[in-house]
Design a binder for this molecule. Sequence first.
Ligand code: KIV
Ligand code: ZN
Length: 514
Amino acid sequence: MDTKKKRILIFDTTLRDGEQSPGASMNLDEKLRIARQLEKLGVDIIEAGFPIASDGDFLAVQQIAREVREPQIAALARANLTDIDRAWQAIKEAARPRIHTFISSSDIHLKYQLKKTRAQVLKEARAAVAHACAYTPNVEFSPMDATRTDWDYLCDMVEAVIATGATTVNIPDTVGYIIPDEFGSLIDYLFKKVKNIRKAVISVHCHNDLGLAVANSLAAVKHGARQVECTINGIGERAGNAAMEEVVMALETRKDFFGFRTGIKTEHIYQSSRLLTHITGIPVQPNKAIVGANAFAHESGIHQDGLIKEKSTYEIMTPKSVGISGTHLVLGKHSGRHAVSEHLKKMGYKLTAGDVKKVFLRFKELADIKKEIFDEDLEAIVYEEVYKIAERYKLIYLNVVSGNVAIPTATMQMEVDGKTVQDAGFGVGPVDATFAAIRKITKTNYHLLKYVVSAVTGGTDALGEVMVQLKYNGRSVAGRGAEPDVIVASAKAYINALNRLEFLKGDVKKVKVV
Ligand code: KIV
Ligand code: ZN
């Protein structure tokens, strides 16, 4: 393998490491939607999941392998035969399957977690790679906690797995510990000491505990790494993984410095970020690079003056290059279906005629109460009307009384398994009362982890967007709702979380182990 090729492979692990973020659990349909978006974005490899982890994970990886044909589909497996067999079963129908197997290599992990010697672990790493290679020549190996591993032992392990057949060797900074210069030196060291290193692609996988995941990934690229593992919006275990959009735009914007290209179609970055936020309910901080609400907002007068004279004075990349249209004001109540349909296309949505019809009906309802409809409003409608999941629970009506003299009371009617049920709830405020009514009607009592309200656009007539996170079985499940009335939006978000939770349970039940 010629590691000097001027191309960096983008390995996306949003569906595996990203899904390990608190609150990021996704159901099968949602994972498929993300995988299709990643394909559209042009990622080289999708790590679709960890099939041994649960039947739901297995099924999702299998379905993605069947349906998403352009990128390579990787499945994660610990370095043992059972995990590897299960991973292969999940991806064997992929156009280009990859098995990604890993074992810890640092003395801390060996002593306290694995309770094994270096020699034992080296043997297991080789055996795992050999077993995976019997299924496919496309095998990736990761020595977990590589950056806290003795460098010479790491070299021995990398050399051994390449000799056994691994075609990609990933160097993970599992606990986000290393510093960019140091990581560059480690990659140099591997290239100097590992005799067969040019037979494999060297990959990096950085966590963001010290806020250095992107910087470390880029340092590694500068020193010879040719695959970067990352996630959309940087979601992932603890402080997250390297953010894909940041890695890609750094390589793109500073081609002069790095001299590499990726296969990413950068104009799909923003939509990918928004899709993930909608599905997981995990918001992006406003000052987040590339995809944050303020990433291209210029507040200071001096900057604005410069921009008017010449964009490049203060803009190192254009919003358009990452898919931010810049045209926010769209339509009003006199706009017809054709105009709405054309605008949805411009925003990047490929919808069927039936979907456009549903979106248009909601658009008309909203246009009656809100003068101007913005891109963000249309986006919220698309997510509610087109991308909705099967609903066990539906809101029929909600009436809330609140104020500083009455006890906040919510009277509510819902459909539960096709039957109409009604009840009332009291609370310390209108939202609390609404959630109490929902709990009574659905006979559920999940712990509420998070409740966040934001305005989709400016103005008091803006859609209120609510995100609710419920705790279920040690996992957290998000739901969202968007309505001009924030109490109704809150009810919809809570009900959406309950439906998503049912869906997650269903994924697990539906599984037929192959
Ligand atoms: O962070 C890590 O070490 C991982 C490995 C499984 C690659 O996620
Ligand atoms: Zn990781």
